[in-house]
Design a protein around this ligand. Sequence first.
Ligand code: FAD
Length: 401
Amino acid sequence: MKTVTSDSVELSAQQRLVRDSIRDICDDFDHEYWRQKDKDGEYPSEFVDELGAHGWFGVLIPEEYGGAGMGTPEVVVMMEEIAAAGGGFSAAQAIHGGIYNSVPIVRYGSEEMKEELLPSVANGDTAIQSFGLTEPNAGSDSTSIETFAKKQGDEYVINGQKIWTSRVDASDYIVLVARTTPKSEVEKRTRGISMFLVDIDEAVSEGSLEMKAIPKSASNAVHAYELWFEDLRLSADRLIGEEGNGFYQVLDGLNEERLVIAAECIGLGELAIQRGVDYANERVVFGRPIGQNQAIQHPLAKAYAELQAAKMLTYNAAAVVDEDTGAAVGAQANMAKYLAAEAAFAAADAAVQAHGGFGVATEYDVERYFREARLTRLVPITQELVLNYLGEKVLGLPRSY
Ligand SMILES: Cc1cc2nc3c(=O)[nH]c(=O)nc-3n(C[C@H](O)[C@H](O)[C@H](O)COP(=O)(O)OP(=O)(O)OC[C@H]3O[C@@H](n4cnc5c(N)ncnc54)[C@H](O)[C@@H]3O)c2cc1C
């Protein structure tokens, strides 16, 4: 039972509605469900299907295309709740792409593309879960991507390699980012990059896409892939938005997404603290509950305070980010991601320590939260790159990346 409250921000009526609806769905997926998924390395499709059936993949899709037409203030509540209810960062990761990858289509897709896909995403029939940007030689330095889409008549021919593309096994499409002009020929490295929609089954059956899952140790239920594209022919109408403008399309909406990632970290941290507190109250050593010892209390209390601070920052920024208030929101979104990931890590670490030896026993789940919390310091952007942004854009220090 949830005994640790997390009410440092006041929710609007709409946010309370979102929280309660999501909580109802999550109640059917207990700790055992998530533990088993992690152990078996199996995608949580029952959970994802349930969310899809209730229309949650359309949360950001405008109502005219069958979506809910909500915004960041609602999605932060949704994702915090999903993580906090027991799913942790894995559950959030299992669906994050499915919600965000339709945003470029909403903003930049042609009317035909919108009508073809958005209603079907919103009702859970079509999954656009995958986003392929990172390459073996282009992670943090994402404008160095080499995957190339060459225009030939009314087609693009795509060749290249991607790495760490998540959920390809649970998706109908990949939103693929590729160069359409070589980096050496553009004025600015952010130019000459474009965004495409790739039908996964079609590309595989034509023999132009090969994929291999990457063995890894965090969020085992959500798989990430290495992809090889060889002469993949895409009709020109699969271009999303404007040719050469794809990097700007990626950047647009990044603050919103950072805040939602922060909310996922906060939910994971809350979950870890709850489990740490439960165990600290139950476990008796030297004739008293271990939670009576300040060595156990303080790390949990400190992480709680840090999580609540990150939550206030996240929700405050979420309330204004959709109005695009410029640089100040960029700073807040980056700070929120940084602080929330650090707080989640501190919370998971304190929960593991409170469990003693059982901290590494899978049956108590906290070792899973710890692995996931560690991952939040790496994805979708590393903590260092967030600090680079703050150093340059907020403090006015020389650009370092
Ligand atoms: C589980 C998982 C799922 C992922 N899913 C996706 C996905 O669906 N789609 C996708 O496109 N990508 C995905 N990624 C990729 C992820 O976005 C990258 O791993 C991340 O951006 C870092 O890139 P990199 O791994 O190449 O690290 P690198 O860029 O090689 O960096 C290595 C280290 O050096 C540091 N560093 C590098 N340059 C600087 C600098 N200038 N200043 C300070 N520090 C620096 C970094 O912070 C990092 O600690 C995923 C990754 C993981 C692990």
